[in-house]
Every structure is written in structure tokens, then in C-alpha cells.
Design a protein around this ligand. Sequence first.
Ligand code: Q9C
Ligand code: ZN
Length: 679
Amino acid sequence: MKMGTALLYDEEMTKYKLLWVDPVCKIEVPERLTVSHEALVKTGLADRCIAVPVREATDADILLVHSEEYLEAVKTTPYMTLEELMEFTLQHGDVYFHPNIYHCAKLAAGATLQLVDSVMTGKVRNGMALVRPPGHHSMRSAANGFCVFNNVAIAARYAKQKYGIKRVLIVDWDVHHGQGVQYCFEDDPSVLYFSWHRYEHQKFWPQLRDSDYDSVGKEKGAGFNINVPWNKVGMKNSDYLSVFCHVLLPIAYEFSPDLVLVCAGFDSAIGDPEGEMRASPDIFAHLTHLLMNLAGGKLCAVLEGGYNLTSLHQSVCQTVQTLLGDPAPRPANLDGPCTSALESLHCVRAAHKQYWSCLKHAAELPTSDVSTKCIKLAEEEEKQKTGEVEKSAEEETWPEPPKRLAPPVSTALVLPEGVACPDGCKRFSSSEDPVIVNKLREKFLTDSDDSDALTTLSSLTALVEKMEKNEIGNGLALVRDVSMAMMCVVQHAATAHHDRVLIVCVGDAVVSSQGTDDGKTLLVQFSNKESEEQKGKFHIPVCLKKGCSDVSGFTQAVLGLLLPLGYEYDPSLVLLVRAPGSGLSDGAWQQLTGLLQGLAQGHTLVLMQEGEKACVGPTASSLLGVAAPPLGKLHAPLPEDVEALERLRLGLQADWKLLRTTAPETGGGEAPFFGSEIS
Ligand code: Q9C
Ligand code: ZN
């Protein structure tokens, strides 16, 4: 049912290395590839993938991005003596040549194209190419930063040309700026390039002015180049997720790509000597998951950097396992973005607000010259004073990501008789435990003895218990009364070791706020009822003018509000309730269902009213991990909705740190919302 995941790897790409002493290049070793591949084999992940053979890129492929002169020059490197190779190397920056590197560079680009072909023809749903040399720094006529040919840039042009697709999204989560990719598509609105990178106010390699947040693209491509500079090292999971929720995902959904290419460098993970960041390897499960419902799931991840062999192979495994559809682990330590990250977030959102309607109400740039340079200088003085000693990246230790076990049953459905169970799902009903049934009758059905309803409720409680034991991944129930079923599940979950339950309610179901202020549940309710008032930190009504029927407004609320809330809350169970007549389109509902599975290890229980039989199929398919259909290019959401959402977000950000998009000191007009936080 689920299409497969391609894995591209050829040992040949390990057969070149640095032949002389060069401290800058010594980290780019063949073991990067062997270690990554061996980990995939050892964990059984490689076996679950579809091995697609690697080919050499042709001259025509390479010329999609590079100049003829450059290609001809690289072609001569296999015949060079050591001295000639060193000499040739000196013409380029931070890169080395070897007699076999031209061959490997052709394989790296060719592997990327094979991956694109496999995905675009529907042979697989997604995939990863493990390649050397990497690509994103190489430019039209220059090798750079260990890169010879720009694998991903070539792939984007190739996919557009061969498959006639209109829009390609390139997500570059490597810790370096892929300036080669930026330069290639700077004036091209059909390729949206996103990169975050260690920048340190231009002090970090490649030290380009062009890597700052204000390089937004040129001419027709203005707005289609997104740079998120990290001005400090030590960025963590929260910083990465914030940028996804508040910059990349809203823009990506508005852009609606036909294909997603990932410059998958893992030097942005903890322990990497180049990046010196502190994100854990399992963050890549979430970054991957969050991209998997774009472009109908067509995602190609291509290895770039990653120089700590341990964090590299762990991160590669997390990425591939997520592509295969296994539930992501609970995200750890989401304690909110740091001030420097918020500062970058603020600047990027401000720089792009004129181009993207999802950012229309973002805060303006920090006033006059709160130029990032000033901050830098202040920081440096401080450092000199305290003379603080920091751990080097390589002394960093972190726990091995726990094994991710896919439950034996992915999706279980509680359906009334006569409603067919979709393929791949298991029809579920509990053998009725009389004690439980009696309890349920007392609690919920005092004035009736509807035996069907009782059967359903007891099945639901049994289902929740099986999810808690990870015997079942997720589930769906068609019930007579969603409000009652919701109450029943919430009460049961509290007794069945579910520490926190996130309730997402779409439409107007009656929700009693009783027992929802102790933090054991977080309720987010989407509706068009103005009257709903926020009742404390854990009951959040999201009011949209047309309820959920405006896809743009709804999507924005999900990405910029619900996801960050959900991630920060870190539930062990997600209860997704669809009230009748919510007005939500199937597509938007499927996106919501898919995205929420990044939480609670994929333990989502969907409750729908009996009348909504037609929605069982689409919901089940999203629960099974099939990518949601693309929503299409989103129009501008209703101005009043954008404003209402922004107001809600600002009001909540004192309590929920992942909702923040500006730093306290430079909050400008938004400063009052931090009032309770700043001492
Ligand atoms: N310490 C990739 O990750 N050297 N290339 C920087 C500063 C170049 C990285 C020196 C790093 C290139 C694909
Ligand atoms: Zn890198």
C-alpha cells in the first residue's frame, strides 16, 4: 500500500581521499560514507529500502548547472600527477582533488538523478542518496567546500526539464550555506531555496555577505531565496523546530512544490566539529517528517556534510527510518529557541514579509541599526571579560537515540457494522470486560442503556491502552457522539498512564472545560465561534472567520500555532476530533492528520461522527502514513484571520516559548507580550 523508499549507495564513492596534509580538508573522509551505510545495514533499515543502482551523470546533466570550461578542466584531473592535483586544488576553495574524484563526482550527481527518476516515476515514494563528494558549495565554474558538482542543483534543473514540473523546493539543513545552490537559482522563482547556516555575523566560512537573511533572491526570484543565519553556535532542537514552524513550513505550503529536494548535511547535529551545534540526531526524524506531506510525499534526501562519524550515522538512520514511515521518537528538550535564534527568526520573517502572504503580519525589522553587527561586538567584549571555557564539539557526549519500534499494528479502526474497513487497517473491537463496561455505563450512559454506544466506548478505551503499550500505532473511531467519546477517552487516558493528551478539535463539538486546566490535557479547538474565550494556558480556542473552510487560514494556524504548541507540550497521545460539519476539506484534514503524527510517537486517535463515513478512507490513508495530496498554491488567507492568529500567538507566547518569533530585547511593537517574562 505504502510505496517504498529508495536507497542509493555505491562503494565506489568511498574510493578517493586526501593525499596530502591539509587541516581544512582532513575531516572529509571515506569513512563518512561507509559508517553511514553500515549503520543502515546493521539496523536493518537498508534491507527495508529499495536499492536503486547508481549511474554516472552525463556531460549534458552536468552542463545543466556547470560551465563547459569547468567540466573540461575537471575531466583532466584523473590524469594529473600529485603536484598537478595540488596545484589544481589551489585554484579552488576548501576542496581537494584526487585521481578518482571526477569519477565519484559523476556518480554522486548520477545517484541523485537516479533518485529523482525513481521518485518522479512513482517507483518509490521517497528516498535517500548517500554520496561523496557533496555538492551544495560547488558553483558554475568552481569546486568549493569539498564539492565538485552541485548534485542537488543539477537534480532540480533535471527534474523540471524531464518531468515538466513547475516548482521545486530545496531544503538545505546542512550547517553551511549552500552558496552554490543560491547562486544557481537566485533569479529563478520556480526553485525555492531554503538554507540555515552557521554565520556568526559573517565570521564563519564561507564568510559571504550573500549568506545573510537579506539575500532574498533577485528580480523574478525575489522572495524565493531564504537564508537563516545562525549567529551563535550551540543551536538546539527548539531553534531548528522554530524555524521550520515559523519560516520554512508556512512558506513551503504557500509555495506548494511538486518535488522536495533536501541538501541533507548532518554537520548541523551535535558533536560535529564544523557546525558546533547541539541538535540531537533524532531532530532529523522530525525535520524529515514535517516535509513528507509536501509535494504528495515526493522527497529526495541527498547527503552533503556531516563530520562526526557517530552523530552522522545516527542522523542518517533517523532520516531514513522516517522516510520508511516509522513513527518519530518523542522530541526531547524543547525548551524554546534561544535569543540569538529569535533574532534571526525575526529578521528572516521581516525580510520576507513582502513576498509571502503567510508572513504579512510578521514584525518589522528591528528598528534602524540594531544591526546584528553591534550585537556581535558586545558579545565579543563579554567573552573576553569572562574568558569562558567551552567544550569542544568533539568532547560533546549525547545519548544514543533510542530504538524506534514500529508497532505490530499500524492503524486500528472502530467502525459500526456495515462500514467497510479500508485496506491495510485492522478492524478493532474489544472483548468486553464487564467491569470496564459497567464503569463506562455509570460514567457516561446513566440515562440510557445504548449497548452499541457502550461497545464503542469500551473498544475505545481498549484501543487507548494498546496504544500506550505500543501494540497499536494509531486509530480511528466512527462514533455516535464525538463529544461523549472524547470525554470518555480523556478520562480513561488519565488513568492509563498517558501523562499528557493533546486534544485537537476541528469544528464545534461540545467540549467541557472541566478538568482541562491541570496540564494533563491541552485542548486546541478550531471553529468560527467568536464567543469562545481562552480559559487558561491549556484551553486554546482558535477562531477563524469561516471556521475551517478557508484552507489558507487553517493551514497557517496548524503550522504556526498548533505544531509549535504540540511540540512544546509533547503529549503521549493525540486525540484528533472532527466535529460534524466542520467545513474542512479532505485535503486539509489529511495534512493535519499527517503532520500531527510527528507527535506522541505517532499515537493519534481520530474521532469522527457516524455520518462522516466518506471521510474514513482518506483519514485511514493518512494514518497509515500515505502522504496527503498537495493543497495547491495557497491564496492569501483572510486578513482578519491572519491578524487574529498573530494576536493569539503573541498572547500565548509568554506561556509557550515555541510560539515566539522575536527576541525580547528587539521585540519592538510586540514587547508588551513579554511583559510577564522579563524581570
Ligand atoms: N572551519 C560541506 O559540509 N571548511 N562542506 C571550512 C572552517 C570548509 C563543508 C573551514 C567546509 C566545507 C559539504
Ligand atoms: Zn556542511
